[in-house]
Design a protein around this ligand. Structure first.
Ligand SMILES: Cc1cc2nc3c(=O)[nH]c(=O)nc-3n(C[C@H](O)[C@H](O)[C@H](O)COP(=O)(O)OP(=O)(O)OC[C@H]3O[C@@H](n4cnc5c(N)ncnc54)[C@H](O)[C@@H]3O)c2cc1C
Length: 184
């Protein structure tokens, strides 16, 4: 099994996994020029038994998650691009906030409102950041600054720049407090 990430954006309207893909379109639109000397991607695709599309899909943040005694959590509440690899982590943070709110409020409707007020804006910001490539934005920046390649990463990024990108994202997703220094 081989997974390759092509250029096409996710299909916001009809996102679904395991859609078959035509070999000719797959090569023409995405991978025809993926020949690296040591790896012939078009050759691999031509020789594959079957080709499936595995789209990257997110959704615009919802205006609300809670309706009376019902609420959303995890991917149902905030599907996001996997840049940063933290969809599951955010579901766990949702669960923690939900438990805390239910323990603090006698009225479950108030608890769900408090949970939503804490987590909806926080996760909406991550959905937006992941559309800009999240912490993987350094790959795009490197490509733009050195389109013909480079030998030393230090020639492409200023001292501390990579660490600052990672640290800002950690603050955004709740792995690091804003009061902690961005770079040690
Ligand atoms: C390829 C891939 C790699 C990923 N890598 C990472 C990673 O490295 N780090 C990370 O943090 N996150 C990662 N994620 C994201 C992570 O898997 C999700 O964000 C996380 O699983 C969301 O959890 P959830 O409980 O909200 O939803 P889910 O895990 O999707 O759970 C929903 C459950 O509900 C069940 N269900 C659906 N409909 C019904 C129904 N009608 N009745 C009963 N049950 C139903 C489903 O079968 C499923 O078990 C990755 C996701 C993918 C696809």
């Amino acid at each position: 099994m081989m997974t390759l990430r092509g250029r096409r954006a996710g299909d916001r309207e009809g996102g679904g996994f395991n859609k078959g893909r035509r070999r000719s379109a797959c090569l023409r639109e995405d991978f025809e020029d993926w020949r690296f000397g040591w790896l012939d991607v078009p050759g691999l695709i031509r020789g594959a038994d079957a080709i499936y599309e595995f789209p990257l899909v997110d959704r615009d943040p919802l205006p609300r998650w809670s309706h009376g005694r019902m609420t959303l959590l995890g991917d149902a509440a905030h599907p996001m691009y996997p840049n940063g690899s933290n969809g599951a982590s955010q579901a766990i943070l949702d669960a923690r906030a939900l438990v805390r709110a239910l323990a603090a409020h006698a009225d479950p409707v108030e608890a769900l409102a408090a949970y939503e007020a804490e987590r909806l804006p926080a996760t909406a910001a991550i959905v937006a950041a992941n559309r800009r490539n999240g912490p993987e934005q350094c790959l795009q920046i490197a490509h733009e600054r050195a389109p013909d390649g480079f030998d030393r990463i230090e020639d492409v990024f200023a001292p501390g720049e990579l660490e600052a990108i990672a640290a800002r994202y950690k603050v955004l997703i709740g792995l690091k407090r804003a009061s902690e220094p961005l770079v040690r």
